[in-house]
Design a protein around this ligand. Structure first.
Ligand code: ADP
Ligand code: MG
Length: 697
């Protein structure tokens, strides 16, 4: 492999040591290219740098020793346990080695051999007064051979792709690979004391020292966050320079009539956000705004008013919901409020498009602008959906990073439509600007008046029966309940930790205490049609108790659901728990959320108890940050950013803030064309077309 052949986008199946079977297994781990492989970073390191003289060993610590063995014996302790013992001596002292259940070693080990052994040191026991060591790993050394010491990577691995595979293949690739091109401009490297990219990639896998490793980690964390920031901010800059935005007129009668017909007054926060949206729409550059607010804080009302505004200006508006059921729910609500003022609303979802006749009818009405507002699922972005005059696109955050999808919608219009994104994911203030770097952000913090907080309590697992007795009472009174579990079914390791799965809980509950009620099980492995059917049955009160994983949609309105029980609550982040509980308490009844946990860890308990008193999603997200430290925010929050491979926005929040400033400064300077080209190339290697808009230009 020479410099010219080497390409980071090459398929992993061309890696030495990787055949079709291994390539398929790598693909399953989301590793498709050489780049993906090189950025399959170790999750940890084994530090094997020092041999300890035997007379310096300390009980209960793991150590490495080198010496000669003698007195090898093997014996059966119990039916199913064999032990091999041997004495290992160096110049300073001797120790007893113990191997458990590795009878086959008897024939490999010979008295007089030199070994390097890693293991845990134990106090003398039984009649022996010798320290002993339970062997974890060992190697036979030649007479003059030195043990192989150093810092070794530990990779996320699987049964097919084990540690040895990753270490050998990575080593091989790094050895054959030409020097990697630098990604970041020299000025940024210098100002931020960053080591070269090539050094960092090599050292992250096989560091020479802890210092090397920390330098490499810093550089790669910086790198990852910088690329994303740069990507997001370039997108924003491009929007601001867009000349084809729609300049909406000042609010006219239609908006005012609808506003006045609402059965309530907007809260202060809603009014402020509405003013932001109105100003964006009236300006000539396209709106790219995110509205962040708890479930039930009244975002949808703002979305509706914005749609009315675009209709008033002679345009069509689109509202894209993540699921069929939410689309239908919004359709019904909007129709009730807007049809009286002459606005025509269409629904476009899988259900509607199933029959050819209805599908074509709907397409035609969209194309003729017989529909002013179209509400739907991703069926909206199909090619045959043609708008006459699209002015505003409203989506939920799950679609926000589907740049390709967004572009597909934008193409449906001559001007650049305004875009409004809504999210119920609370993230700490420190991160909002960074994570949503391509959007302007408005927050609704205040809940509409009269909302009763959801009564939340933490219960130990021992009190589960009582909890379910309480749920029974609610069901008897005609109300409905959710039971949420972290897992559908479990892996072996989870069985060991005694985590009950949604399936098990469903069986248990539906066959005993709730036998006389209608129960259903909802989880992510069901087809979306099945999910929708179950959700619809729950919504229409045909199902009383719904056991589910976290797939129940944020925003689904089931006002009659008054209780939510969350099993193994300690396994969720506070922000997630908060979003989950937002699904009850949407009606006039008192609502309850009961968090069941058997955690013994004080810190976990303290964390859960915060839920009892704090009702503000943003505050809970901050608490998560403080208590949990490095978390898995990205995965949980699903706000659509690419997965982070090495950075952690909790742990690395300081680097994040710094990187944002660096990226901002860079974008405001006049830059070298080669630097920009290199950055765009790196973005495309790392994230494909997620930031495509930018690299296209
Ligand atoms: P979100 O979209 O943020 O989840 P919604 O817009 O669906 O919230 O509002 C939740 C509920 O609160 C709806 O039934 C809505 O009619 C009601 N609502 C919204 N704003 C107000 C307000 N200012 N005063 C009273 N009720 C409101
Ligand atoms: Mg505009």
């Amino acid at each position: 492999m020479n410099k010219y052949e080497f390409n980071l986008k090459t398929d992993v199946m061309y890696l030495k040591g990787v055949g079709p079977r291994k390539a398929a297994a790598l693909n399953k781990m989301n590793i498709f290219t050489f780049y993906d492989f090189l950025t399959h970073y170790p999750r940890d390191y084994e530090d094997e740098r020092e041999v300890t003289p035997i007379n310096k060993l300390v009980p209960n610590e793991v150590a490495i020793v080198v010496g000669r063995i003698s007195n090898i014996e093997s014996r059966k302790v119990r039916n199913n346990l064999t032990i091999i013992n041997a004495i290992l001596s160096d110049r300073t002292d001797y120790i007893q080695l113990t191997w458990f259940n590795q009878d086959y070693l008897k024939s490999r080990l010979e008295s007089g051999m030199r070994l390097v052994v890693k293991g845990k040191v134990n106090e003398p026991f039984g009649r022996s007064n010798l320290l002993s060591m339970a062997v974890q790993t060992f190697d036979i050394l030649g007479e003059h051979e030195n043990p192989d010491l150093g810092i070794f990577p530990i990779y996320p691995s699987t049964a097919t792709l084990n540690q040895k595979f990753f270490r050998t293949t990575m080593r091989g690739l790094l050895d054959r690979m030409p020097e990697m091109r630098e990604i970041l401009p020299q000025s940024i490297l210098q100002e931020n004391d960053l080591i070269p990219y090539d050094d960092a990639i090599r050292a992250i896998h096989f560091p020479q020292s802890r210092y090397d490793l920390s330098q490499a980690q810093y550089r790669l964390i910086f790198n990852e966050l910088f690329l994303i920031q740069y990507g997001l901010m370039s997108m924003k800059k491009q929007t601001q320079e867009d000349e084809l935005g729609i300049k909406h007129k000042k609010n006219g009668d239609l908006v005012k009539i609808v506003l006045n017909s609402l059965p309530f007054k907007l809260t202060n926060d809603q009014s402020k956000v509405m003013a932001d949206v109105v100003a964006d729409m009236e300006s000539k550059s396209p709106m790219r705004r995110l509205i962040q607010g708890d479930v039930g804080s009244g975002k949808t009302v703002i979305a509706m008013l914005a749609l009315v505004k675009t209709v008033e200006n002679g345009y069509q508006g689109v509202f894209m919901a993540p699921t069929e059921i939410l689309a239908v729910q919004h359709f019904e609500k909007f129709t009730k409020l807007l049809e009286p003022v002459g606005i025509k609303i269409g629904l476009l979802s899988a259900q509607v498009t199933r029959t050819k006749k209805r599908r074509e009818e709907t397409y035609e009405k969209i194309a003729n602008q017989e529909f002013d507002i179209v509400i739907g699922t991703h069926a909206l972005i199909e090619d045959n959906v043609i708008f006459k005059k699209l002015g505003l696109i409203i989506t939920d955050e799950q679609h926000r990073f589907g740049v390709a999808q967004r572009a597909a919608l934008e193409k449906k219009s001559e001007s650049t439509p305004d875009i409004l994104v809504m999210t119920a994911t609370p993230i700490p203030r420190t991160m909002t600007l960074t994570v949503y770097g391509d959007l302007d952000v408005s927050q609704i913090k205040e809940l509409p008046p009269g909302r009763k907080p959801i009564k939340t309590t933490v219960r130990h697992k021992a009190g589960r029966q009582q909890v379910y007795n309480f749920v029974r009472k609610e069901l008897k009174a005609g109300r409905q309940a959710y039971v949420v579990c972290p897992l559908i079914e479990h892996s072996e390791s989870e069985k060991m930790q005694h985590v009950t799965s949604a399936e098990e809980i469903f069986e248990e509950l539906s066959e005993s205490i709730f036998k006389d009620f209608n129960c259903a099980l909802l989880h992510g492995k069901l087809k979306s049609k099945e999910k929708d059917e179950i959700m619809e049955a729950f919504r229409s009160n045909k199902i009383n108790l719904l056991v589910s994983t976290t797939v129940i949609e944020v925003g689904v309105d089931v006002p009659n659901a008054s209780v939510m029980v969350i099993e193994h609550a300690e396994r969720f982040g506070l922000a997630t728990l908060h979003q989950l509980r937002g699904r009850v308490g949407r009606g006039s009844d008192e609502a309850y959320c009961i968090l069941i946990s058997d955690t013994k860890a004080e810190i976990s308990k303290a964390r859960l108890e915060i839920m009892e008193t704090v009702n503000d999603g943003f505050k809970l997200a901050e608490e998560d940050l403080k208590i949990r430290g490095p978390g898995h925010f990205f995965g949980e929050a699903q706000h659509g950013l690419p997965d982070l491979k090495i950075a952690d926005i909790y742990r690395d929040v300081n680097i994040l803030v710094k990187v944002r400033n660096v990226a901002e400064k860079f974008l405001n300077e006049k830059n070298n064309a080669a630097d920009i080209e290199q950055l765009n190339e790196s973005l495309s290697i790392a994230y494909g077309d997620k930031f495509k808009q930018i690299t296209d230009i």
